[in-house]
Design a protein around this ligand. Structure first.
Ligand SMILES: *[C@@H]1O[C@H](CO)[C@@H](O)[C@H](O)[C@H]1NC(C)=O
Ligand SMILES: *[C@@H]1O[C@H](CO)[C@@H](O)[C@H](O)[C@H]1NC(C)=O
Ligand SMILES: *[C@@H]1O[C@H](CO)[C@@H](O)[C@H](O)[C@H]1NC(C)=O
Ligand SMILES: *[C@@H]1O[C@H](CO)[C@@H](O)[C@H](O)[C@H]1NC(C)=O
Ligand SMILES: *[C@@H]1O[C@H](CO)[C@@H](O)[C@H](O)[C@H]1NC(C)=O
Length: 618
């Protein structure tokens, strides 16, 4: 490829003027320069004509020369005239050129080398018709390889007084010399004394190629820790300037600690005794420095820590206090920077219950128990007895103690703001008192048919546990059939055979006293019937009535006989009689006979007639 550079017209005028002044017969036009990539083919035209129409040359010599920059001598590499065209042997162009004679002389240089960057001179000689020569500079371009950037890997301190090396950049094998520009976050860095220095080293290697190395020296500030540096290589190509950017690099900025922070990393929330506490210290310096930990009250005692963490395990209330940390090395920052944190270790001491262990109190007495657990936080106390909540707060009032008041009282102390803190205590309350019998207020009066067994039951509360004894008058046959006792209740049952009226006493006693409960059992004679009341039964009753009438008649007969003998009539009698009738299918009927003989019959008849709704048992 071949591109033209420069305007044809001005050159034409210039050459024309020269030509006119010298010979005024030949017009010759050449490009000022021709630009071409390395290895391409360059085409350099040399256009001419003879202006004097009356004097057309019969013989024209065309010669091409090259002249190196800064060299006055030139070297011919082509010659032609009307008869011949010769490429000079043993030149750099022998075998590399082509010449075309259409509209002048057109030179083609193949496989352009860097050394071809020189002036090509075309000389036209028409002898008497005049002569002229022109010149084209051939410019060769080789784009450099992509730029290679290398950031400084070690940290760069902001405390350095002079700009420090940040990175180097290399653009290899370009032609002509490429330029390197530095960028920070996309903004070009212009050299500025004390802030930005750019050192450039240009080498020609392997032969005529330029390799440009640029080193950026820059005075870093803390903000540069996030900055991205890059270099850009700019290079000429035919008719244009191109650029290629390097990857971006970061540099490590070292800056002193200006602020230190200390905080409790764990546990979250409130700290209690036994916890493992982790305090972490952090400064804003880079690189992060190790820290020295101490307590405020002992500034010179260094606490054993690992780097930026201080572990206290397990903590006690003595560990409460103000903790401090400061950078270990003076990294150029303020010497006095330090972090502080207040550590409060909460605690809950074992509960102290008053009265201690166990307490004996008298029945109907009062007692106030207290439960106290020392804590750094507000506590909450709840009292329990037999799994039931019986009180709140650290005092428990027991009013008018009964035997039920006895038992184990547990106080649970919790810390609402730190639920993992809790403790408990207990007191055993024993209520002491004389025996108390259930239902002692009134005498138990019973009526029972003679011959039956009656169970008398007696339950006595008391502490110490009462013992029960029985005193039974009126029965020859009785025995204790059941006896049981728990902590403060004794229970006794006696089975008594009713033989006659019975008076019984249950005597409950302990060290504190005695209580007696009285029972009285009225024995009732039994009346039994032999047959049920049925139509058949009626005849039975009639028989009884007849027998009774016969008996009465017999008695009356004997009385009459007696009076007849003695001449006296006796007065009426009084008494109680029991008539028992046995029934096989019905319950016993007990009929009490009153002392009036007339009523006897009436009651009896009533009982007989009202059988169906008569008393079933007495
Ligand atoms: C040659 O002459 C012609 C006619 O006069 C003119 O148009 C042309 O520009 C000239 N060419 C050069 C290269 O001077
Ligand atoms: C080719 O060009 C180079 C550089 O200009 C020169 O040193 C060398 O002598 C030339 N070779 C010939 C054969 O002219
Ligand atoms: C390189 O820098 C110089 C000086 O600033 C400038 O003249 C030239 O055009 C630049 N070259 C490129 C390829 O940018
Ligand atoms: C009396 O008590 C004993 C023992 O509890 C029992 O076996 C018996 O049946 C009871 N007698 C009466 C008449 O209730
Ligand atoms: C009850 O028993 C106790 C002890 O056995 C005795 O001292 C006391 O006199 C008894 N009381 C009665 C009313 O029987």
């Amino acid at each position: 490829m071949c591109l033209l550079h420069g305007a044809l017209l001005p050159l034409f005028l210039h050459v024309s003027l020269l030509s006119c002044s010298a010979w005024a017969k030949v017009e010759l036009t050449m490009h000022e320069s021709v630009e071409v990539y390395l290895g391409d083919t360059a085409e350099i035209p040399c256009l001419y004509n003879f202006t004097d129409a009356n004097n057309k040359p019969s013989f024209v010599i065309i010669q091409w020369f090259v002249r190196s920059p800064g060299d006055t001598s030139r070297k011919r590499f082509f010659y032609s005239d009307n008869q011949q065209a010769i490429v000079d042997p043993n030149t750099n162009y022998t075998g590399r050129i082509e010449m075309h004679n259409r509209q002048g002389s057109r030179l083609k240089v193949k496989n352009v080398q860097l050394s071809d960057e020189r002036d090509f001179i075309c000389q036209i000689n028409g002898l008497a018709a005049g002569n002229a020569e022109g010149r084209t500079q051939l410019r060769v371009f080789a784009p450099p390889e992509a730029p290679v950037i290398e950031g400084v890997l070690t940290g760069i301190s902001v405390t350095n007084d002079l700009p420090s090396k940040i990175a180097s950049c290399e653009a290899r094998n370009g032609f002509p010399k490429p330029n390197i520009t530095w960028y920070r976050n996309g903004v070009a860095l212009m050299p500025a004394t004390g802030h930005v220095n750019v050192l450039t080293l240009v080498t020609l290697k392997p032969s005529d190629f330029y390799t440009v190395q640029s080193t950026l020296e820059y005075k870093v500030v803390k903000e540069d820790m996030d900055a991205q540096f890059s270099c850009e290589v700019s290079y000429f190509v035919p008719e244009a300037i191109r650029t290629a950017e390097s990857p971006k690099v970061n540099v490590i900025i070292h800056y002193p600690t200006t602020m230190v922070e200390l905080w409790k990393e764990s546990p979250q929330g409130l700290v209690k005794e036994g916890d493992t506490v982790e305090l972490r210290c952090q400064g804003d310096g880079n690189p992060p420095s190790p820290f020295i930990f101490n307590r405020e009250q002992e500034p010179d005692v260094e606490l054993a820590s690992s780097g930026d963490v201080l572990i206290l395990s397990p903590v006690s209330r003595k560990d409460s206090g103000l903790y401090q940390c400061r950078p270990q090395h003076d990294d150029g920052g303020h010497a006095e920077v330090k972090g502080e944190v207040q550590l409060t270790v909460h605690y809950l001491d074992p509960a102290v219950v008053v009265p201690k262990d166990s307490e004996v109190m008298y029945k109907d007495e009062e007692l106030t128990a207290t439960c106290n657990a020392l804590s750094s936080l507000k506590t909450s106390t709840v009292w329990y007895k037999d799994g039931m909540k019986v009180g709140e707060g650290n005092t428990l009032h027991l009013h008018a103690a009964t035997y039920e008041t006895s038992g184990e009282y547990i106080c649970e102390v919790t810390v609402p703001s730190l639920p993992s803190l809790h403790t408990s205590g207990s007191v055993h309350i024993i209520v002491q008192g004389s025996p108390q019998l259930v239902g002692v207020e009134q005498e138990t009066q019973l009526e029972e048919a003679t011959g039956r067994m009656v169970n008398l039951s007696c339950e006595a509360q008391g502490h110490p546990l009462p013992s029960i004894s029985w005193n039974i008058v009126g029965s020859q046959s009785w025995q204790e059939v059941e006896t049981k006792a728990n902590e403060h209740v004794t229970h006794s049952v006696v089975s008594v055979k009713v033989t006659s009226d019975i008076s019984a006493q249950c005597n409950a006693s302990n060290d504190m006293g005695t209580e007696v409960k009285a029972f009285s059992i009225k024995a009732i004679p039994r009346v039994t019937t032999t047959a049920p009341f049925s139509p058949a039964e009626g005849s039975g009753v009639i028989i009884v009535v007849i027998i009774l009438c016969l008996l009465v008649l017999a008695v009356l007969g004997s009385v009459v006989y007696f009076l007849h003998k003695k001449g006296k009539i006796p007065c009426g009698r009084s008494g109680k009689q029991e008539i028992t009738k046995e029934k096989t299918t019905k319950d016993d009927i007990v009929v009490e006979m009153k002392n009036n003989a007339k009523n006897e019959e009436a009651v009896l008849l009533k009982a007989v007639n009202g059988d169906k709704k008569g008393p079933s048992e007495q």
